[in-house]
Design a protein around this ligand. Structure first.
Ligand code: COI
Length: 357
């Protein structure tokens, strides 16, 4: 028995939906249905699947003024018509509640969170792309709906789940990264580890300026010393140095990526040594220049593994990697995707196969 109500109009919207498979892009084509639930008087109301559509909200909802908002990014896979398959959905449920706690928002029962994602993936299964690297991107999120301009934590919220048949996040095979030495995304004691819109808003100016200089993303350094690598906004980072993988150790200003954690386990299972430690930007530059750093890549739910072709500075200095899509990035990408897409054994028990429920 499902805990989620299914509105008959949502089923009608699903039946009448058609999709232009050649133009799905990333996050722009929306599935015809969504899940909504409201939090009032200290408890969650029923979750309901309804047709996808606009919301009517008071302009005084606190989210518009004080940004009390959190979200998750997940994918359902159906390559070779397997599944639908979900990847580690309870990890997203846990992180959602960690973000909720930081942003003074109510938590959602983990089983209910996962059930809401399962219901969306199962009902949208015909809109899940079947080519490798493509998927149904699922976006659970929650925001403050209390109507009041006073600055205090809201007591009314809306939880929603959207889905978007999606292709690659980046249009190129590899990306270039500007080392961000001026702006800061997050700081100790801040919200960097929470998946909240404000962290992404804080990144936009730097990314806009980096794009104007020809880069794809910015590499955030720690706010105190402007020296230690953190993350790339929406993605974590790995570098291959002397044949071993290095990624910044978690701090409270880095988002704890589920893809990052999965890659650490996968790489170790291949016999690759992985270091989670402080990474100094000047040391990394020297390692690129002396050839000991041979590969670097970004990873995240949306980005999967995207190789980094090189880094650069705002003054025009460039540090090119030897390999723009090296063998380790390629092996890990293939290994991860083939587990996620159900094309190989899943020794880690990461996959939830919705066809077997
Ligand atoms: C994700 O990978 O799910 C994210 O939230 C990142 C965003 C850039 C789409």
């Amino acid at each position: 028995m499902s805990n989620i109500k299914i509105n008959p109009q949502a089923l009608e919207a699903i039946n009448n939906y058609s999709i232009d498979w050649d133009n799905i892009g990333f996050g722009k084509c929306m599935a015809p249905t969504m899940i909504v639930a409201d939090y009032n008087n200290g408890k969650w109301g029923d979750l309901e699947m309804v047709p996808y559509g606009n919301l009517t909200l008071s302009p005084t909802c606190k989210v518009f003024h004080y940004a009390q908002e959190i979200f998750e990014g997940m994918k359902a896979y159906r390559v070779d018509r397997n599944g639908p398959l979900l990847f580690r959905p309870y990890e997203n449920a846990k992180r959602f509640n960690i973000s909720a706690e930081r942003m003074v928002m109510p938590t959602l029962n983990e089983d209910l969170f996962v059930e809401s994602v399962k219901v969306m993936a199962a009902h949208c299964k015909d809109f899940i792309p079947t080519k490798t690297g493509e998927s149904l991107y699922i976006r659970p999120f929650m925001f403050a709906t209390e109507e009041h301009l006073g600055i205090k934590p809201a007591d009314q919220f809306k939880y929603m789940v959207l889905a978007s048949p999606s292709g690659a996040y980046f249009s190129s095979d590899s990306i270039t990264i500007q080392i961000e030495r001026r702006y800061t995304r997050a700081c100790p004691g801040g919200t960097g580890y929470a998946k909240t819109g404000g962290n992404y808003a804080a990144s936009l100016k730097a990314v806009k300026e980096a794009r104007e200089r020809g880069f794809d993303q910015t590499l955030w350094l720690d706010s105190e010393h402007k020296r230690y690598l953190e993350e790339l906004s929406g993605m974590n980072i790995f570098c291959l140095i002397n044949g071993e993988l290095h990624t910044p150790a978690m701090t409270e200003s880095i988002l704890d990526g589920i893809t990052r954690r999965s890659l650490i386990d996968l790489a170790k299972s291949y016999g690759i040594t992985v270091h989670e430690s402080k990474m100094d930007i000047d040391e990394l530059i020297a390692q690129i220049q002396n050839g000991s750093c041979t590969e670097a890549f970004a990873c995240g739910t949306a980005a999967i593994i995207t190789p980094i072709g090189g880094f650069g500075e705002t003054d025009g200095k460039k540090y090119e990697l030897k390999e723009s899509f090296g063998p380790i990035a390629s092996k890990l990408r293939d290994g991860l995707l083939s587990i996620q897409e159900g094309r190989t054994e899943d020794p880690f028990n990461w996959i939830v196969d919705l066809s077997k429920l």
